[in-house]
Design a protein around this ligand. Structure first.
Ligand code: URA
Length: 210
């Protein structure tokens, strides 16, 4: 398995991300672009799925054709912004199973507190991709991955749209075996925990709540 960080430097991804970053980009445009990037991340994050050869018949001849092997993938969305990326990823892997993890940040301790957890029961046999657009401090990502790693998925990956160097370091410290996929690694976190230059609050921009 790939370890470390993979930055999706494809021009299509970078172009779409730049439009998302602009403060004047509308909610509907932002949501649509996240969906499109979700498809491209879904494409890249599944690149190393094992395939098996299956005998099929085309209108002209029989052949041994490659098909994805093993049980269906699982995408796990870290609520609420993770849903925006998972929607796009499902477009390219429509048969994937979907789980949800809800976490909020306790204002006093700044730790992630879980309020919702629902994932498929048989993760031992499945590849799992945990998704949240913004890898900022890494606290939510680590809390989600701690919980999911305890269920012993066959393989575990983390996919986001934007990462801060601080979040990457924290996540790699806590889960060194989990590869990270991101469209960009930005400069730093500000004092409020926002990624700079970033794109603002991903949840608010997806759902128009601010
Ligand atoms: N979450 C967001 O939505 N944006 C950030 O910049 C950091 C965390």
């Amino acid at each position: 398995m790939t370890t470390g960080v993979q930055v999706l430097d494809h021009p299509l991804v970078q172009h779409k991300l730049s439009i998302m970053r602009k403060k004047e980009t509308s909610t509907s445009k932002f949501r649509g672009l996240l969906h499109e990037i979700g498809m491209l991340i879904g494409y890249e994050v599944t690149r190393d799925l094992p395939v098996t050869s299956v005998r099929i018949e085309t209108p002209l001849a029989e052949m041994d054709a490659p098909m994805i092997d093993g049980k269906k993938l699982v995408f796990i969305s870290v609520l609420r912004a993770g849903n925006g990326l998972v929607d796009g990823m499902l477009q390219v892997v429509p048969s994937a199973r979907v789980g949800h993890v809800g976490l909020y940040r306790d204002h006093e301790t700044l730790q992630a507190v879980e309020y919702y957890f629902k994932v498929p029961t048989d993760l031992e046999d499945r590849d799992v991709i945990v998704t949240d657009p913004m890898l900022a401090t890494g606290n939510s990502a680590i809390a989600a991955l701690d919980r999911i790693a305890a269920l012993k998925p066959k393989r575990l990956k983390y996919a986001c749209l934007l990462a801060a160097p601080e979040g990457v370091a924290a996540l790699q410290g806590a889960h060194p075996d989990v590869p990270i996929y991101t469209a960009a690694i930005d400069s730093h976190l500000n004092e409020k925990g926002y990624i700079v230059p970033g794109l603002g609050d991903a949840g608010d921009r997806i759902y128009g709540t601010r």
